[in-house]
Design a binder for this molecule. Structure first.
Ligand SMILES: Nc1nc2c(ncn2[C@@H]2O[C@H](COP(=O)(O)OP(=O)(O)OP(=O)(O)O)[C@@H](O)[C@H]2O)c(=O)[nH]1
Ligand SMILES: [Mg+2]
Ligand SMILES: [Zn+2]
Length: 355
C-alpha cells in the first residue's frame, strides 16, 4: 500500500497547532469518504477504514460537528484492528456548507478544508448566472477560493460560450473561468495545469454537468460512474457520495452528488464578499440599517436607477440576503426552543427525582 506524508494530503501550519489533540502526527488522518457510520480515511499508511467513537458521536449531536470529507481527524488504530476509531475532528480551516435540502432548517456540510471549489456548469442547458452567484456566495462564505468551470463546449457554438462568459463578467464576477469539453478534450489540459500538488479541489454543480467525467479524465481511469443526461440536459443523480481522490500530480479532487437545492443560510460574510459593488454604495445610504429596498436616501437604489448596478445583480443580492437571514433566524429560534424544552425536561426529571 502506498505511503503518504501528511503534507502531501494538505496538512499545513494552520493545522499543526492542533496535532497535540491527537497525541502527535501518527494519530492524524484525513477523511476521504463517509459511508453511513463508516469512514474511509487516508493517512501515512494509505487508505483505511474507521468509525467515530461512541463517545464522539454522543457528544456531537450537531450535523456540522460530524466528520465529513476533507476533515482532519484524530484516529487510533493498531495493526490488529480492522477499523480505526476516530475520537476528534480538528477545527476546519475552510468549510463548504449549505442549508440541508427540504423543509428543515439545518446546515449540511459538503466538504471541509478544501482550498478551491470548482463550480461546474454545463454550457448546454445548465448555464445560469443566478445559480452561479449563489454558489459563489456559499464558497466565499466558507473561506475557500472559487473557480468556475464550464463544460460541454462541444455542444454549443463558440459565440454562445463567449456570450456566457461575457454575462459572467458583466455581473462583476472576476473569478477565473475555464471552459472545456470532455468529448474533444479541449480545455482539459488547461484545467489540469491549474491543479497544484497538496491542494484540495472540490467539484460542485447540478447533476449531469460532467463532474465525475472530468475527474475520471484527470485521474486517467474511470474511478466514478457516469451516466447519460436527458434530452434537455437533466442529470440522473448518478454520484451518491462525496469522495476525495488523489491525482498523479499530487492534487486532491472531491467529487460530489449533483445538487438540486442550494439554500443560502447564515452566509452574510459570503454575500458581502460577493457583492462588493453594492456594499460600496451601501456605505453612502442615509440610514445605517438601510435594507436597500424602499428607504429614502438609499444609495444602492440610486445606483440602480442610475444604471451603476444591474437589476439582476441587485435582485440576487436582495434575495440571497433575505433568504440567509430568514433561515438564520428560524434556526436560532428553533435552537432556543430546543434549549428551553431541554431545560423543561431536565427540571421535570428533577421534580421526579425530588419526589
Ligand atoms: N457532450 C458532452 N458530454 C459530456 C461532457 N462531459 C460530460 N458529458 C456527459 O454528460 C453525462 C453526465 O456526466 P457525469 O459525469 O455523470 O455528470 P455528473 O456531474 O457527475 O452528474 P451527477 O453524478 O449526477 O451529479 C455523461 O453522459 C457524460 O458523458 C462534455 O464535455 N461534452
Ligand atoms: Mg457524478
Ligand atoms: Zn440603502
Amino acid at each position: 500500500m502506498a505511503e503518504f506524508t501528511l503534507d502531501a494530503l494538505g496538512w499545513n501550519e494552520w493545522f499543526a497547532s492542533q496535532s497535540s489533540r491527537c497525541g502527535g502526527n501518527d494519530g492524524i488522518a484525513r477523511v476521504a469518504a463517509v459511508d453511513r457510520d463508516q469512514l474511509l480515511l487516508v493517512g501515512k499508511p494509505g487508505f483505511f477504514r474507521a468509525r467515530p467513537s461512541g463517545k464522539y458521536l454522543h457528544e456531537s449531536a450537531d450535523a456540522l460537528q460530524r466528520p465529513c470529507v476533507g476533515d482532519w481527524v484524530c484516529v487510533e488504530k493498531t495493526a490488529q484492528d480492522q477499523f480505526g476509531v476516530v475520537h476528534a475532528v480538528l477545527d476546519r480551516r475552510t468549510s463548504l456548507r449549505r442549508k440541508a435540502p427540504g423543509a428543515s432548517v439545518e446546515y449540511q456540510m459538503i466538504a471541509a478544508n478544501v482550498d478551491f471549489v470548482i463550480v461546474v456548469q454545463s454550457c448546454h442547458y445548465d448555464f445560469n448566472l443566478k445559480r452561479l452567484e449563489r454558489y459563489l456566495v456559499m464558497v466565499k462564505d466558507g473561506g475557500a477560493i472559487p473557480l468556475v468551470l464550464l463544460t460541454k463546449i462541444d455542444l454549443i457554438a463558440p459565440d454562445v460560450l463567449a456570450a456566457q462568459i461575457a454575462e459572467i463578467r458583466s455581473a462583476g464576477i472576476t473569478e477565473p473561468v475555464v471552459a472545456l469539453s470532455n468529448v474533444t478534450q479541449e480545455g482539459v489540459d488547461l484545467l489540469r495545469s491549474v491543479l497544484a500538488p497538496g491542494k484540495t479541489y472540490c467539484f460542485v454543480g447540478s447533476s449531469g454537468v460532467g463532474k465525475s467525467t472530468i475527474i475520471n479524465a484527470l485521474m486517467g481511469r474511470d474511478v466514478h460512474e457516469t451516466r447519460d443526461v436527458s434530452g434537455t440536459g437533466e442529470g440522473r443523480h448518478t454520484t451518491v457520495r462525496r469522495e476525495l481522490d488523489l491525482l498523479e500530480n499530487g492534487a486532491m479532487v472531491i467529487d460530489n452528488p449533483g445538487m438540486r437545492e442550494l439554500g443560502v443560510f447564515g452566509a452574510e460574510g459570503g454575500i458581502e464578499a460577493s457583492y462588493p459593488d453594492i456594499l460600496a454604495l451601501a456605505s453612502h445610504c442615509h440610514f445605517r440599517d438601510c435594507t436597500h429596498t424602499n428607504e429614502p436616501g438609499c444609495a444602492v437604489l440610486a445606483g440602480l436607477d442610475g444604471g451603476r448596478i444591474s437589476a439582476g445583480h441587485y435582485q440576487n443580492f436582495v434575495t440571497l440576503r433575505k433568504e440567509s437571514e430568514y433561515y438564520r433566524m428560524s434556526y436560532a429560534e428553533r435552537r432556543k426552543k430546543d434549549r428551553d424544552f431541554g431545560r423543561f425536561i431536565k427540571s421535570a426529571k428533577k421534580d421526579l427525582e425530588d419526589d
